[in-house]
Write a new protein. Structure first.
Length: 278
């Protein structure tokens, strides 16, 4: 399996950040985005209140808009349907997750990058535990909402799969090449680990250190897939790079030197190989 990334090329920059507007336009765009998200959240709060009191089927878009104090047309400027209204942050979270992938350090293992990207999703839920717990209850009770949630998860999974596939030699397709399979399985594993931890946290009423739980789950994913995905990685000949971790022996002492940004699994692998060699 050949994972590659040319160290001579700059990190990919998101199209959203490729052209820097002047300060007034940037400030205006930031304010507009904040106002948009505020309105989406107000509509979502109104929808959740009505779903909880009246029931999902009995609630209309007109009632959601009226409860939020806006016109029907305002609702449809922000959401296509009432089931979409209780997921106001998914679009923005997907953008933030993609931004993490776009500016990932060249030396970072792509699986580590994907784990960092999906943390943006967990942050979204953890920012409002009470709202997240209530939303979870509603999605368990209403099939239409559950289907909407599944569709949202699929968008993240496609994003991470594309990212992992992009870090393999796309010209190296032949019988017996399992890179596409491994990329999809690894992306699914990251998403599944995230969802498992999230559901457990929601069922516990949003209590506990969910980030620590997520880090533990990701360590299992890395241990399972990290030695396969990215194995045989090669760097551009035009831009040789020092290894992120190295080991030397001084008598009976083993000395390890690593960059502060080196992936932990790579450091440990280097040490283990040096110990076996002795």
């Amino acid at each position: 399996m050949k994972y590659f990334r040319s160290m001579s090329q700059p990190a990919k920059t998101s199209p959203r950040a490729s052209s820097a507007p002047d300060a007034p336009e940037s400030a205006a765009g930031t304010r507009a985005a904040a106002q948009r998200l505020k309105m989406r959240r107000e509509l979502a709060t109104a929808a959740m209140e009505l779903f909880a009191t009246k029931g999902y089927e009995a609630t209309t878009v007109d009632e959601i808009a009226a409860t939020a104090g806006v016109a029907r047309r305002t609702f449809f400027r922000h959401f296509r349907s009432k089931e979409e209204a209780i997921f106001p942050d998914h679009d923005d979270t997907l953008i933030r997750a993609e931004a993490v992938l776009d500016v990932a350090p060249a030396h970072e293992h792509p699986l580590d990058t994907v784990c960092r990207g999906i943390k943006e999703v967990m942050k979204m839920y953890a920012a409002s535990p009470a709202v997240s717990v209530e939303r979870y209850r509603l999605t368990r009770e209403v099939p239409a909402l559950r289907e909407r949630e599944i569709a949202s998860v699929a968008r993240y999974e496609r994003l991470f799969t594309r990212y992992l596939l992009a870090h393999f030699d796309e010209t190296d397709h032949h019988d017996g090449n399992d890179d596409p399979l491994l990329a999809e399985v690894a992306a699914s594993a990251v998403v599944t680990a995230h969802n498992h931890v999230l559901r457990r946290w929601l069922r516990a009423g949003g209590q506990g250190d969910v980030e620590a739980q997520l880090d533990h789950a990701f360590s299992i994913v890395r241990k399972t897939f990290g030695t396969g995905i990215g194995a045989g990685r090669t760097l551009s000949p035009a831009a040789p790079s020092a290894p992120s971790a190295a080991v030397r022996t001084e008598g009976e002492v083993l000395v390890a030197v690593a960059r502060t940004d080196a992936p932990l699994d790579e450091v440990m692998r280097t040490i283990e190989e040096a110990l076996r060699a002795r």
